[in-house]
Every structure is written in structure tokens, then in C-alpha cells.
Design a protein around this ligand. Sequence first.
Ligand code: UD1
Length: 420
Amino acid sequence: MDKLIIEGGARLKGEVVVSGSKNSVLPIMAATLLTDQPCIIKGVPNLRDTNTMLKILRSLGKVAEFDKGTVSIISTKHANFIADYKLVSTMRASFCVLGPILAKLKKAKVSLPGGCVIGLRPVDLHLKGLVALGADISIDSGYVIAKANKLKGHHLYLGGGYGSSVLATDNIIMAATLAQGKTVIEAAACEPEVVDLAEFLIKMGAKIKGHGTPIVEIEGVKHLHGAEHAIIPDRIEAGTLMIASLITKGDVLIKNVLFQHLGAVIDKLQEAGAYIIKPDSAVHVRCKKKLQPINVTTLPYPGFPTDMQAQIMSLMTITRGISVITEKIYPDRFMHVAELNRMGAHIQREGPHAIVEGIKQLSGAPVMASDLRASASLVLAGLVARGQTLVSRIYHLERGYDNLDEKLRQLGAKIWREKE
Ligand code: UD1
């Protein structure tokens, strides 16, 4: 297993290209289960998670390849309806195979994904939605067993205690594409990745309207066919690179960005003092003036993304003054706080709030990555800390960032890998 070593203090400068979106590609790969025909997905990031999804698709009978950013689903051999614990437990997003398997094969047995370090992550909304479409659902030995001879369209409300759910919306949209009649999802997630999935499904022959709004309508069709699609850029990787530029007082042009997906992030970074210009499909980020503390609350899209909470916290640790960061999606998603404090940060956690008192400089330390975005926040902190930071357990980072260390190195960061 590798660890990352970062020698802090280098000012980042230059150009970098963002990879395809992790959160788009995973459900889109799952959507290929709705057809036996070939599908081509382009702009696929090379991640642990995309490789896990590839293994899941193969275990479900797909003949699939991944080469130079393209996933090709070539054919289906003996479609299987069981998604095994060993694969599903490593990646929560794999639970979104449930809707497509059920819709296509009339039965599905998918392992429950379980909780994770960022807190309890229930699947009640996924199950509620499928039951509303007529599925008979039971849970046995850690598996969800779903059966439905014929899914039927339904008008349902899919909101939960923390608002809409991205993957539950994905799962129900996918199941509804092959249901009989019309499904209306109220309180659907509006994230750009849900829109990307819907666009792929439409290319496959699905009839979907309203995607990107809280009310999505799906008119079921009998069959879906193969399709080709290019994945949208990863807005979280773009946001992470924007903070990498700011935290190092750098000057970075970030390419392959859809800035309309980054409204809340750009707004908060500008409030903190960033100078951001938006040439075509890119953002140019540098510090305009001394950074100011800001208050940030995470919310479902188009609000500030929970997947950027840890990274903006790193930026606030070296911004003089008090910033308050409130987590409204995963109230326990604060594993990075203790590690940032080990680097000298002054962060106090109060329930769903983190109160950050900015200091002049962090100091490098050995730290441990606990989850994907927490890992990114530690790398960002390491870029600016005095001395060396050693980030261990970087397989978390590899789950969701395509070669982040290489990209940072291209921009001048002193960052390298060593064996643990
Ligand atoms: C997706 C993203 C993840 C992001 C999250 C929130 C993918 C692959 N992952 O995860 O990166 O952090 O959205 O933007 O797209 N909830 C329930 N019941 C459910 C499902 C969810 O109560 O059945 C709750 C969750 O615990 C959480 C909130 O709803 O508090 C939002 O979670 P959700 O949008 O479902 O997250 P994911 O889709 O799993």
C-alpha cells in the first residue's frame, strides 16, 4: 500500500485538466444493466471505484472492458441477479445496481452496503421507491431481495430527513424506465450527476422529463437499447483543485470544468477572497487579496456540496479569523477534524458544526486518510504546511481522484508516493 509524502510550501502554477465525474459514471455503468446491447461510455476516470463497478458488472454477466478512458460494455453472458457482499460492501454506489437488475430481470438480490465512516447511510428511500413501483422487498442475511413480475409507474415522494437522495433518485429513475406507465418522483435529487444519468437513459430510449428539477417524470418503455455517452467533468475534483490553487496562493487554470455546476463553491471561494475568472470550459483561480473567514453550510445541489466540506475546511484552517462550517447532509462527516488538528489546526467540533480558528501556518505531520474527501483535505493541508506531511491509507483517495498526486506535481507541488 502506498502513502503520500508532501513537502509543503510550493506555490502551484500552470494548467490542469479535470477528469470525468465519479458520481456520474458509477450509476451510468449500472444503467447498462437495463439492456443486453453494447454501450460505450467515454471520459471515464481511472479510479478504484470505476474498477469496482466494472467487476460488479462482470459478476452480473456483462462482458466489459476499460481502456484509455472508455468503458465498453460488449455483450451480456448469462445475466445474473445477485450482487455479492464482497463487492458491494467496498463501495456504496454499487447499491444502484438494484433498480436496473430488478427492472430487467424481475428479481434482484443485492447486498446491503452497510454504514461507513462518514456516518449511518440508510437505504430506506431506495426501498420505499421500489415498493411504490410494486416491488416485493425482503431483507435476508444482509441482502435485499426484490421481486416484481411487472413494475408499475407511481407518483411518489422521495424526500428524506436530510433532503433528497442522489443514489435513491438514480435507482428509482432506472427502475421506472422499464415500468408500465408513468412514474412521478417528487423531491428528486437535482445533482448534475442525476441529470447526466437521465441523459444517458434518454439515449438508450427512455422517456424522462424534469431531470435536474425536484419533480422528475418517467414514462416507462418496453425495452432500452445500447447507447454511447461522454461523462460530465467531475465538479468535486475541479473544486478540490480550485482550493489547491488558493491554499498555496497559486495561479492555476483548471480545464474541463462546467462552472454552472460549481455555483455555490465559486460563490464561497469568491467571498473568501478568491479571484476567479471563467474562460470557456475552464476556471482560472488565484488569490485576489488576503483570504477572509467564511461560514459554509452544506446542502443538496445547488447548495454547497458535502463532498467539498473537508477541503474548504482545510482552506479555513490557515485563514485568519473564525469560520463556521455546518454539515447538513452527513452530520458526522468530520473525521478530518482530528487529523487537521494534528497538523496544528484549531478546529472545534460542536454537533454538526465545526468552528475553525484560522492560524498562520500548519505544520506537517503523519496523518491518516479516513475517507475519500477527508483524504483530499489532508493533501491540501500538506501542500501548505511547514515541513513534510505523510498521508497514509491513500486507497481512499484513489477511490475518487484520478491521479491527483500526478496532477498536483504537474502544477509544481512537491508530492510523491512511497510504499507504507
Ligand atoms: C451521493 C454521492 C456522494 C455524496 C452524496 C451527497 C454518489 C456515488 N455519491 O451519495 O458522493 O456525498 O450523494 O451529496 O453519487 N439517506 C437516507 N435514506 C436513504 C438514502 C439516503 O436517509 O435511503 C440520507 C443519507 O444518509 C444522507 C442524505 O440522505 O444524509 C443524502 O444522501 P444521498 O444523497 O443518498 O447520498 P448517496 O446518494 O449515497
